[in-house]
Design a protein around this ligand. Sequence first.
Ligand code: ADP
Length: 322
Amino acid sequence: MTDLADFAARLSALTDGRASAPRVKDGAMTLVLDVAGLGSAQREGLAAAIREGGLTVPGVSEVRIVETAERKPLRILAVASGKGGVGKSTLSANLAVALHRLGVKVGLVDADIYGPSQAKLMGSEDKKPVAQDKKLVPVTGVADIPMLSMAHLVEPGKALAWRGPMAGNALGQLIDADWGDTELLVVDMPPGTGDIQLSMVQKHKPAGAVIVSTPQDLALIDATRAVSLFDQAGVPIVGVVENMAGYACPHCGEVSDPFGQGGAEHVAGDMSAPFLGRIPLAIDIRRRSDAGDPPAAGEGAHADAFMAIARKLKDWLKSADL
Ligand code: ADP
């Protein structure tokens, strides 16, 4: 036999203090359960256990659980570039891994409908997300980071032909998925500054944006456009990253600058946006990223470069009270 006081004590242990004191009236037990940060499977498991326990209390024939979730809404960090091929996807994957290493509960969305590559970069190509309660449940990639990519939903190349609203709906499904206790969603944006990008930014309002550029002039002009897209939508620019900066010859070690140097830093300065750092052009970054083994998960100079940028992002999150 369990009386109400016994059950209340067990309830506290079972729910880690998330449940209010249970009340019983006319055979119905009522309690409030704080489900903030729990995934839907956890939530359901907990509710089932409470119901089962509640029904063992004499006189109780029904258990009513009121769920509340007072957590902050999921924050989005958009990683964007003015054009394709500058390493936006590579940077998104590695920054997600680096932020995870710094203890941020991070998730990753591949919104790059023109060339979804996160499933490959994060080693989750074989996984298929399922839907639960009309929401997609993310799959996991490297370091068990929850993630969703357009590549998980459509066959390669198919999304290319989509028109704006269709692409917008699909992107919405990825972002409004069941992200559980994820605090920060890194979103690998479609390259460029067209309608899809603008409507997505307006609809899903990122907390901030990181702009990626290579150092050559043409990429930098496009990066400036990306900055103004976010400005237009009132999204703060967290900063600019220069990718493929400086090439160290794997044979002799001599460093050359095939795309010039320091351009992104100047663009950042002109736009009054912080410069977040530089990632070198390195065969190892390409090789490991493309093999689903992001360098940020390991050790060495390349991992350090991604970690240094991730640290700045974490500081920014803290300073913006996000
Ligand atoms: P985007 O998302 O901007 O189109 P990707 O991240 O797909 O660009 O990168 C394009 C190609 O460049 C990929 O093959 C990637 O491995 C490679 N790459 C990206 N960054 C670097 C880097 N710092 N050094 C070497 N190769 C890189």
